[in-house]
Write a new protein. Structure first.
Length: 274
């Protein structure tokens, strides 16, 4: 019933609202050149939590992206906050879903010469960064249905594969499901900036995609990184510290609870370019 209500609400917003009401204003806080932070009220409220969406916009002209994997140097899992602080980073978010060994990404993951998972699975997006030459963007979310993987796989040093949310034509790729989650998401906007996106309040992925499309983010494409309690985001730079952690799953027979930061094996972090 909850999913039906949210879907109806989103439909009414899209169909009945004047165009100027669809573009909710985002007040960005400038942390540094090329780094903007915001928390915005979702245009559709969740039944749990504060319904705020955490956003970090990152201009790759100013920041390097780092893939951190516990498996690479045989380290123990850490919270995103612990990874960021221990690696001298500015911010971090989950790098993707991981397997039952608590180390291996569910899809393809490679960082320079280290291979976390060499298997390309059926998921259709791969975040790629640490480029090898200037013929490609510094970071992009490769859409395997729109782009040639064989041409791009040798253009970057770092890759993390997970589930496509918004494709290269800005269409939602996720069917409606009853379960709702906290979520960590990475997106690219149409101007080449990366977005770390987090919601503690739970939504179905289908509905959260529609919410993101309502916001004035100018999203080009987006990839799901993690949901429920492992989903995490952390920022600590220039006097601004923000930590966000997921909650537990909600389904038709369960309940939603406030989460505590989970130790995870893989994150995408950022560092200021030297």
């Amino acid at each position: 019933m909850r999913g039906i209500y949210l879907k109806l609400t989103l439909y009414l917003i899209f169909i009945l609202s004047p165009v100027h009401l669809l573009s909710q204003k985002i007040i960005w806080q400038k942390i540094d050149n090329g780094l903007l932070f915001a928390e915005v009220a979702s245009p559709v409220k969740s039944d749990y939590g504060d319904s705020k969406i955490t956003l970090l916009k990152i201009d790759p002209k100013y920041y390097d992206f780092r893939l951190i994997s516990a498996k690479e140097k045989h380290e123990g899992n850490k919270t995103v906050k612990e990874w960021v602080n221990s690696k001298g980073l500015i911010a971090g978010i989950n790098a993707g879903l991981f397997q039952g060994d608590d180390k291996t990404n569910v899809g393809y993951m490679k960082n320079f010469s280290f291979v976390n998972n060499g298997h390309l699975n059926k998921n259709n997006t791969i975040t790629a960064f640490n480029r090898k030459d200037t013929t490609v963007p510094e970071i992009q979310i490769i859409d395997l249905q729109c782009q040639n993987w064989n041409e791009l796989k040798d253009k970057y040093n770092s890759f993390s594969q997970c589930i496509r949310m918004i494709d290269c034509n800005q269409n939602s790729t996720w069917s409606q499901q009853p379960d709702i989650f906290s979520m960590a998401v990475i997106a690219m906007d149409k101007h080449g900036s990366a977005l770390f996106i987090f919601t503690h309040s739970p939504y179905s992925v289908h509905n959260f995609i529609d919410i993101l499309k309502l916001l004035p983010l100018d999203i080009y494409n987006a990839m799901y990184l993690e949901g429920s309690s492992p989903a995490s985001f952390y920022l600590n730079y220039k006097g601004t510290e923000v930590e966000r952690s997921g909650g537990f799953d909600f389904d038709q027979s369960g309940s939603y609870e406030k989460g505590v930061a989970s130790a995870v094996p893989n994150i995408i972090g950022i560092a200021r370019k030297k």
